[in-house]
Design a binder for this molecule. Structure first.
Ligand code: KIV
Length: 266
């Protein structure tokens, strides 16, 4: 795969071709996923749950994220590497600068930050300092204790209006990408249509510019035994992991995934 850059992703949005993203935490899967055509490898702080066995992402540190980002970099064949700033790593702009530097120096091309409009200044300042940012909106797992659980966000009109405003504010602040988690499909479609930057969805319907899933989920692996509505097991009917990864890429590109049953209504 030729090197994927932000320009590649903007070009895919412009021509209406869906963007493929998967979480990835090590070199072997980085090689397999990038060679299967996954355009963005997300070193997600979900590693706290799927690799470390915690019941939330809160215990994950920047050192953990930098270690796994460096592992992914070693196996990657041309995908863009996006790494999560973990819980509290962007609590102040100064913390965001230091922790983003650690991730970029470990091999990330871009960082992802969970939050809302309060992050606008931090995002502007990171972009000015050479760090492209993906803003993660909707269900933000780092604030699970404030949200009162892993719940769909933006079902009520006031909340939906707030999400539309946050998305606009963060794009205007300089976010190079948005990620929407667990929001009604119709709301995700409105935000995607209004956005000038690529919008990636998980549990956000099929109208976003691209899709992401947690690698372990799409391979049918689960520690808890609970499977979220938006997950599809791509190992079904496939002889091996390489084929499942290729099937995911094809399904996202052809918009056969996500189907309506993987999304949420208002
Ligand atoms: O950490 C992660 O894996 C994520 C995805 C769920 C989008 O943020």
């Amino acid at each position: 795969m030729p090197e994927v850059t932000l320009s590649t992703l903007n070009g895919l949005k412009a021509k209406g071709e869906k963007i493929t993203m998967l979480t990835c935490y090590d070199a072997t899967f980085a090689k397999a996923a990038s060679q299967a055509g996954v355009e963005v490898l997300l070193v997600g702080d979900s590693l706290g749950m799927v690799l470390q066995g915690h019941d939330s992402t809160l215990p994950v540190s920047t050192a953990d994220m930098a270690y796994h980002t460096a592992c992914v970099k070693r196996g990657n064949h041309g995908a863009l590497i996006l790494a999560d700033l973990p819980f509290m790593a962007h609590a102040t702009p100064e913390a965001a600068f230091t922790n983003s530097a650690a991730l970029m120096q470990a091999g990330a091309h871009m960082v992802k930050i969970e939050g809302a409009a309060w992050l606008a200044e931090t995002i502007t300042q990171l972009a000015q300092r050479g760090v492209p940012v993906c803003a993660h909106l909707g269900l933000t797992p780092q604030t699970v204790n404030v949200l009162g659980g892993y719940k769909v966000q933006g079902r009520e009109e006031a909340q939906a209006a707030q999400l539309r405003a946050d998305a606009k504010a963060l794009e205007q602040a300089g976010a190079a990408m948005l990620l929407l988690e667990c929001v009604p499909s119709e709301l995700a479609a409105q935000i995607t249509q209004a956005a000038g930057v690529p919008v990636i969805g998980i549990g956000a319907g099929s109208a976003t510019d691209g899709q992401v899933l947690v690698l372990h989920d799409m391979l049918g692996l689960s520690l808890s035994g609970r499977v979220a509505r938006f997950v599809k097991n791509f190992m079904h009917g496939q002889p091996d992991i390489d084929s499942a990864l290729a099937a995911y890429v094809q399904a996202v590109k052809k918009v056969s995934f996500p189907a309506s049953e993987h999304g949420f209504s208002a």
